[in-house]
Design a protein around this ligand. Structure first.
Ligand code: RB5
Length: 146
């Protein structure tokens, strides 16, 4: 499993802590920036992580901004992206199981590093269930392709 990560300036420190968690839990990841707390525009970083996920080289992406909302909106404008903003582990679990989310977004001004690690763990360890959920996703894809 390879994870693509990105954040804006507001999410930088939480991203660093998540990278630490991924290393400790022996997961491979790549950091697509930002690399400091200088002001940055979240849609630019979202586009980099989206590109990485769509390339097929990364199984999923994690995007962090102040609230997680901007990253979620920006990522979801891209075709084939299902980005889920999560503030607790149950939503992250369902985002994978029911929605086959391929990007997790979180808000660094909303949650702390411990909770973020729990959310990441739930996201990375849950598989898509398919079945009726696949039928619903197919309907979303129809809208996307209109
Ligand atoms: C940056 O101040 C902030 O607007 C951004 O990180 C994010 O929360 C936007 O949704």
């Amino acid at each position: 499993m390879k994870v693509a990560l990105g954040s804006d300036h507001a999410g930088y420190l939480l991203k660093e802590s998540i990278i630490g968690y991924l290393h400790t839990s022996k997961r491979s990841c790549e950091d697509f920036g930002v690399f400091n707390e200088d002001s940055a525009d979240y849609p630019d970083i979202a586009a980099l992580v989206v590109g990485a996920v769509l390339s097929g080289e990364y199984e999923c992406g994690i995007l962090i901004c102040g609230t997680g909302i901007g990253m979620s909106i920006a990522a979801n404008k891209h075709k084939k992206i299902r980005a889920a903003l999560c503030g607790e582990a149950y939503s992250a679990h369902c985002a994978r199981k029911h929605n086959d989310a391929n990007i997790l977004t979180m808000g660094s001004r909303v949650i702390g590093p411990g909770l973020a690690a729990e959310i990441v763990e739930a996201f990375l360890t849950t598989s898509f269930e398919g079945g009726r959920h696949k039928r619903r996703l197919d309907k979303i894809i129809e809208v996307e392709n209109k």
